[in-house]
Design a protein around this ligand. Sequence first.
Ligand code: SF4
Length: 52
Amino acid sequence: MDAPKMQVKCSVTNCAYNKKKLCFADSLEVNAMGDGFADSSEGTCCSTFINE
Ligand code: SF4
């Protein structure tokens, strides 16, 4: 099965991969913050982020 390809909307406009609130990174890694377990979406974060 091919890896899924999706359009990623992102409001982090100061990220180097962000153009017009869309993500242009070739791949994306999202991890749980803190102790490594997410209870809600607020407990996740984009590890691919690069500050522009
Ligand atoms: S790498 Fe992460 S923070 Fe940057 S535009 Fe993509 S989803 Fe947003």
